[in-house]
Ligand binder design. Structure first.
Ligand code: ZN
Length: 381
């Protein structure tokens, strides 16, 4: 029922988007229940603060394509990983737009995402699994994109990898995710329509900035929509105001429902990509708790070249950070390596405990400096 209400709502809003369905995770769960495949016993995920640092989730992206348009570029995929790493580390510039009312509860999740660097046979791998398919479009209801026997591709062990399936989704769906424990491992992961994966400058859609994945991974790590229970306000978090129904488009601030101001800019609402830009502290804690307690094998995996549990090793000092050209490094090692945000090795260098490194030639973005025992994150301006 909720599904139909959402579609109706979309088309009565001022920015009617051709019945595009912002998120199908709730409907997917209803489907599972109808088919008797829903195995979730509603465990309460704690929102206690156990924020212990930075975690890395290894990602494999299955690109299912029937034509060249669906076979999206490496750059699109890199832009998606970068968007996730920015959004999940409170590095997005739009945070300055967060209204004063919510500024003190912005959550920094502290999770990064890394394309896996080895395939299942241990060979060097890009993290991108391109598979041609005869299937013209995939239905959410039968999970066929997750089954090689039905023109899709089988999941890599979902205990150890976050599987993305990027494909042509039928029904104007943007994407859907499985919440922790909801499904058998073969079905676990995130599905996104090819048009909405990554930053797609060729798309005029208001969902072209890669925030569909930001939203769906919120579900994958245990978050509900901010409007999940309407004005009864159960979405697992006290710091997200009661919201009667989804917000669409790019709402002016403030919007009120349930006698409170809606947090329309929350990633777990339904607004345009450009107009969603924050998680709350509680949401960040739920995601970390979900990862540590329910998806812990992900962070134990060593399949990323940046296979790290802590990206902010205190024994490595970098300044200034952000850096424009000369970067000063202090650490107890004689050899350092730099990786980019996709886990690709950029350089290695012999040093003697303290060194000035010229990084002016690096493209702007986030990098990791590795000294053999730990990482430090730095931003090249
Ligand atoms: Zn959703």
């Amino acid at each position: 029922m909720r599904y139909f209400i959402f579609i109706l709502f979309t088309c009565y809003s001022s920015l009617c988007v051709a019945q595009t369905q912002r998120c199908s995770t709730d409907e997917y769960r209803e489907n599972l229940k109808e088919k008797g495949l829903f195995r979730h016993h509603k465990t309460h995920v704690s929102s206690n603060n156990i924020h212990a640092g930075n975690y890395v989730i290894p990602v494999v992206v299955h690109v299912l394509y029937n034509n060249e348009e669906e076979n999206i570029s490496d750059d699109r995929i890199y832009s998606q990983i970068e968007t996730l790493n920015t959004d999940y580390n409170a590095g997005n510039t739009e945070l300055s737009n967060v209204p004063t009312e919510f500024a003190s509860i912005v959550g920094n999740v502290g999770i990064s995402f890394c394309l896996v660097q080895e395939d299942l046979d241990g060979n060097s791998f890009s993290g991108i699994n391109r598979v041609y398919t005869d299937v013209l479009s995939f239905n959410m209801s039968d999970d066929s994109m997750k089954k090689s026997s039905e023109g899709g591709v089988d999941a890599w062990d979902s205990n150890n990898y976050l599987n993305f399936w990027v494909c042509n989704l039928s029904g104007n769906l943007l994407g859907f995710a499985t919440m922790p424990g909801d499904v058998e491992p073969e079905l676990d992961g995130v599905v996104i329509d090819f048009e909405y994966f990554g930053v797609n400058i060729d798309s005029a859609s208001p969902y072209n900035l890669g925030r569909t994945a930001t939203h769906e991974i919120g579900h994958y790590l245990g978050l509900e929509h901010t409007f999940y229970a309407g004005c009864s306000d159960w979405d697992g978090c006290d710091d997200t105001p009661s919201t009667s129904s989804p917000n669409y488009g790019c709402p002016a601030f403030p919007q009120e429902s349930c006698s409170t101001i809606d947090m329309t800019m929350n990633y777990m609402d339904y607004v345009n990509d450009a107009c969603m830009y924050m998680f709350t502290e509680c949401q960040a804690n739920i995601m970390i708790n979900s990862l540590v307690n329910l998806r812990s094998d992900l962070i134990a995996s060593t399949d990323c070249s940046v296979s790290i549990n802590d990206l902010s090793s205190s024994h490595i000092l970098i300044y200034p950070n952000p850096v424009a050209d000369k970067m000063y490094i202090e650490l107890n090692a004689s050899f350092v390596s730099i990786f980019d945000i996709y886990g690709r090795h950029i350089l290695s260098k012999d040093i003697q405990n303290s060194v000035v490194l010229d990084v002016s030639y690096l493209a702007s973005g986030t990098y990791f400096l590795f000294d053999g025992t730990g990482f430090q994150r730095f931003i090249k301006q």
